[in-house]
Design a protein around this ligand. Structure first.
Ligand code: ADP
Ligand code: FBP
Ligand code: MG
Length: 534
């Protein structure tokens, strides 16, 4: 018999025995590796005294599995959902051969007789696809299967998405194109790398009229924010610095006004770098352009340091942010280790997604407790965070905590305030935990030396590391290929290491969050050794 490891609702799972089907679904509020949980588990297992079968809540409530054609229907619907909007949907335009030459950069492959294969061209075919999901789950109880598999038998369904890259035929005359780039939302390492690659690639296609829109969407309507002319020469070295060469901003803007401005400036291609909010704006701009039947390609490049965009392996800048966070964690660790009863506390970004905190905790190997927004925790009382800290101080002499800014918000006073973009302004989780710890150790009369580090803006105000720089390069280049191929309302991403185009609505239907049932979160728990604090 195995124990499913869901921190909120653990289930008893037994192999199915013919003729003895019995199922139960029991909620136990603790993790499997806690002793009391195991005792509870053993007790209830005894009470059940029969083999039990897991009863999963159907992971796909949107599908009627009793319909014999559900698979075909799902796949049909999938293809429609992931179809890329194209300017020929609204305008009758004929394509022309792409000037983006691939043959010059390599020898054309030869066949077995040594003759050049004329059919080779190195372009991506519009019918090329990449698989979004690559795991075939044997059972709905397999780790990670609950949210991924289809139906009671955990069927395999191919979920294809469009491959990104240069097409053989293009829908714009490069010499006539005016292309614009805008960076919105907060900063993120790699913005300049993406701007630079977009300009380089446009230049190779033969586009001469390239401009930057300053300070996000604001640059479309605020007086005095003139366009910045961009060229290979202008952007040559911008990747050496962090930030955005064009400036960023949150808030403001009315979609109709932005599209008026796009029309007035005669922009044909708009590359929009930003997160969930920015992409919601990009989608609205794309729809308004369609409504007005404009020949404009709106292409997104996902920028989010929180890594909270759906379907992608990761977004650019995230890797760099984690690496920067490690510096803060290491400093806190040195302080904590060197102090008598030292406690190191590091707060990292992550409004609603704990990816930075989770990855930084995992990669540092120095964290005893990782707290993220997706996993509720208790601070006081039995099984609470403070009790665990007491134990750590007693057993190893010091303790290290990494907390995401959005963690434990339910414990804090809500301000109901929002920023200019409408994002909630959160209460400071780091300061809250810092005060709780200080007060607690004072109250119990145990000396504790707490050092709190908040490197929030340091992790994003830096230049991209090597792996992010490559990701930015590919995403930036693919954005331009997507625009020339005539797509609009799409974004450029990486899925299962393959570069793809995705329709914007599919990636912003919800923020991507850490799944507390995922192998990655369980690996983090294994690494930190923390119990669940409930
Ligand atoms: N739902 C939305 N529709 C249109 N524009 C939006 C929407 N949400 C945010 N925006 C605009 O997108 C820009 C960036 O949004 P923000 O949430 O601050 O950052 P991010 O794109 O990183 O999520 C802002 O200028 C904001 O006004
Ligand atoms: O102080 P600012 O500039 O509003 O930015 C802080 C916020 O930006 C975020 O990094 C989110 O921005 P991203 O779009 O890059 O994911 C949050 O984690 C953080 O709360
Ligand atoms: Mg956002």
């Amino acid at each position: 018999m195995a124990l499913a490891s869901n921190p909120k609702a653990l289930r008893f799972i037994a192999p199915k025995q013919p003729g003895r089907n019995f199922s139960m679904n029991i909620s136990v509020s603790c993790l499997p590796h806690s002793k009391s949980n195991l005792r509870e588990y053993e007790k209830r297992e005894k009470e059940a005294s029969l083999p039990v079968e897991v009863k999963l809540s159907s992971p796909r409530k949107d599908i009627d599995f009793s319909d014999p054609n559900w698979k075909a229907k799902f796949q049909d619907d999938w293809d429609k959902r992931f179809r890329l909007p194209h300017i020929t949907d609204i305008l009758d335009i004929k394509p022309k051969p792409s000037p983006f030459s691939l043959k010059k950069s390599r020898t054309v492959p030869e066949d077995l007789n040594g003759d050049a294969l004329d059919t080779w061209n190195g372009y991506v075919n519009n019918d090329d696809r990449a698989l979004l999901k690559v795991i075939k789950y044997a059972s709905p109880t397999s780790a990670g299967a609950e949210a991924e598999c289809f139906g009671p038998d955990c069927s395999w369904i191919e979920q294809w998405v469009h491959r990104a890259g240069p097409r053989k035929e293009i829908y714009y005359e490069p010499k006539e194109v005016k292309a614009a780039i805008v960076t919105c939302g907060g900063l993120c390492p790699g913005l300049n790398d993406v701007i630079r690659q977009i300009v380089f690639t446009l230049d190779i296609y033969g586009v001469k009229n390239i401009v930057g829109i300053r300070f996000g969407y604001r640059g479309f309507f605020e007086k005095g924010l003139d366009e910045v002319p961009l060229s290979r020469k202008v952007v040559e070295n911008i990747n050496l610095a962090g930030g955005s060469f064009l400036g960023v901003s949150r808030g403001g803007g009315n979609i109709s006004e932005i599209v008026d401005s796009i029309q007035a400036r005669r922009i044909d291609m708009l590359f929009i770098l930003g997160g969930n909010g920015t992409h919601a704006g990009a989608q609205a701009v794309h729809e308004e352009c369609r409504r007005r039947k404009l020949k404009v390609s709106i292409i997104g490049v996902p920028k989010t340091i929180d890594n909270d965009i759906l379907l992608m392996d990761r977004t650019f800048g995230f890797d760099t942010a984690v690496e920067e966070a490690l510096r803060a964690i290491n400093s806190a660790y040195i302080e904590a280790r060197s102090a008598y009863h030292g406690i190191g506390l590091v707060k990292l970004m992550g409004r609603s997604s704990g990816f930075i905190a989770m990855h930084a905790s995992l990669s540092s190997g120095q964290i005893d407790v990782c707290l993220i927004p997706e996993v509720p925790f208790k601070v006081d009382g039995p099984n609470g965070l403070l009790e665990h800290l007491e134990r750590l101080i007693q057993d190893k002499g010091f303790a290290m905590i990494c907390i995401a800014e959005g963690a434990g918000q339910e414990l804090l006073q809500k301000s109901n305030a929002t920023d200019a973009s409408g994002n909630p302004v959160l209460s400071d989780s780091g300061v809250f935990i810092q005060q709780k710890i200080k007060r607690h150790f004072k109250e119990i009369g145990v000396p504790a030396d707490l050092k709190y580090i908040d490197p929030t803006y340091m992790v994003r105000a830096c230049r991209a590391n090597a792996s992010d720089a490559i990701l930015c390069t590919v995403l930036g280049q693919n954005a331009v290929h997507g625009a020339f191929a005539g797509f609009s309302g799409i974004t450029s991403g990486v899925c299962n290491t393959h570069y793809v185009y995705l329709p914007i609505p599919e990636v912003i239907s919800a923020p991507r969050t850490v799944d507390p049932n995922s192998r990655m979160w369980h690996r983090t728990l294994t690494s930190t050794g923390q119990p669940d604090f409930i």
